[in-house]
Design a protein around this ligand. Structure first.
Ligand SMILES: Nc1ncnc2c1ncn2[C@@H]1O[C@H](COP(=O)(O)OP(=O)(O)OP(=O)(O)O)[C@@H](O)[C@H]1O
Ligand SMILES: [Mg+2]
Length: 422
């Protein structure tokens, strides 16, 4: 018994001693536990803007149009020149990058191809861009002191010796055009003149602006007016598909569902910018993980959505009437727990709130009008779905840019005053 007690005491002391250390060690690393836990994030790469996904989703018809312009490229003398324009985040860079990757692979046994993608934001002079093109074929090529003429003749020589066709992508080309004009583009278009070969080089120009208008006639006539591919911004379905692709590639499948992705897509929809969806998904994951959650919840999206444009201004609530506030309060209470609600839910939540504030509910059509006004102020977003075979239409309401719990608190602080004023 005595020895048992001693043993326990020793164990105890040992534990105290070791505990001191071990406990410390646990405390020290506790705050790191969530990093790499894999509850939500399994692979961060697909949430990076520079990540090139295996496939571009929802842009099949534009990809086909681009491929159509390059129909002759499988032939020994075939080449193409294309201008791609579209708003920010509409997938222009990805379109060109994935096309070059895929076409090189597709023609690997038919015609050796090579591509170089140059962002003209970082290379705004003709000589700098020409250097980059030459160095993509010959990495050891001297990068100083050569004139444009010398660089172009190096390029001709390299292309002839390698026997490869080169696709040059000049991304954000408006920067080059503004600073240095058309000259390099003109020279690239006539690279084969006075030479034996033809079709040694293809050109893809990319810009947010309609650059064809600023090109000189000599360039336009070589380019052809029909070689312009305009890309529209993404709609909510397009954004949802991109969010889904990234979630599938980056996240634990048990940590998200379609509804949460729809909330993210709805939030980014006003801009139509794919980058915003990816950023919002990443930020929501970061928020959920730092909260120690295993699931992405509406609040993780909503708080992060506040950081992207279309933030709800502080004083926007002051413009609402007492009953508009009550409608919004009802909405907030439901959207604390759900990503979306229907207009029927709005009516029933409003009825409950009216009872609580002892206010006589307004008619159904008035409430509907309030809802539209609240939407116009960008406090809520709506999406109409057709259910069944076009029989009924359901409006889904969400609050992608603000945290419902915050908005509710702000309303509760001022609604009584507003109601009394009436
Ligand atoms: N259809 C798509 N499928 C998958 N990812 C996409 C798609 N469209 C865009 N993305 C992704 O969205 C981000 C923005 O796209 P991208 O860089 O191609 O836009 P952009 O039109 O070039 O924008 P900017 O005008 O700012 O240069 C990138 O991370 C890209 O991988
Ligand atoms: Mg781009």
């Amino acid at each position: 018994m005595k020895s048992r007690e001693l043993e326990l005491l020793l164990l105890e002391t040992e534990r105290v001693f070791k505990n001191g250390w071990r406990q410390d060690a646990i405390n020290m690393s506790d705050y790191l536990d969530r990093i790499g836990s894999g509850f939500i994030l399994l692979n961060p790469d697909p949430l990076d803007f520079d990540y090139i996904p295996e496939s571009m989703v929802g842009r099949e018809s534009i990809q086909t149009t681009l491929a159509g312009k390059f129909h002759s490229i499988a032939h020994p003398n075939g080449s193409a020149n294309v201008v791609i324009t579209g708003p920010v985040g509409s997938g222009k860079t990805l379109l060109a990058r994935s096309f070059c990757r895929d076409i090189e692979h597709h023609l690997r046994n038919k015609r050796p191809l090579r591509s170089v993608h140059i962002n003209c934001r970082n290379a705004t002079t003709n000589v700098r861009v020409a250097q980059r093109i030459v160095q993509s074929l010959d990495p050891g090529h001297p990068d100083r002191g050569l004139s444009m003429g010398e660089l172009l003749s190096s390029l001709r020589k390299l292309l002839r010796n390698s026997g490869r066709h080169l696709i040059v992508v000049l991304d954000e080309v408006d920067h080059l055009l503004r600073k240095s004009g058309n000259d390099l583009i003109y020279q690239l278009l006539r690279i084969d003149e006075d030479q034996d070969g033809s079709g040694t080089l293809s050109l893809i120009l990319i810009s947010q602006e309609q650059v064809l208008d600023v090109l000189e006639n000599a360039v336009i006539s070589r380019f052809g007016h029909t070689n312009h591919i305009p890309i529209p911004p993404y709609d909510v379905e397009g954004l949802l598909a991109i969010a889904r692709q990234r979630a599938e590639a980056a996240l634990n499948p048990r940590s998200w569902d379609e509804e949460i992705l729809m909330l993210i897509a709805t939030s980014a929809a006003p801009s139509g910018d794919a980058r915003q969806v990816i950023e919002l998904l990443g930020a929501s994951v970061e928020h959920a993980e730092s909260d120690g959650k295993k699931l992405l919840m509406p609040e993780h999206v909503q708080t992060k959505a506040k950081d992207v444009p279309q933030v709800m201004p502080e004083d926007v609530l002051d413009d609402l009437s007492g009953h508009q506030m009550l409608v919004l309060l009802g909405i907030c209470r439901r959207l604390r727990k759900a990503e979306f609600m229907t207009s029927k839910d709005v009516a029933s939540m409003y009825a409950v709130v009216c009872e609580e504030y002892e206010a006589k509910p307004r008619s159904h059509t008035t409430v509907w009008k309030f809802l539209k006004q609240i939407e116009e102020l960008d406090i809520i977003a709506t999406r109409v779905d057709t259910v069944g075979e076009g029989r009924g239409r359901t409006t889904h309401i969400s609050m992608p840019h603000a945290l419902p719990v915050d908005v509710a608190a702000r309303i509760e602080g001022r609604v009584l005053r507003k109601l009394k004023r009436k």
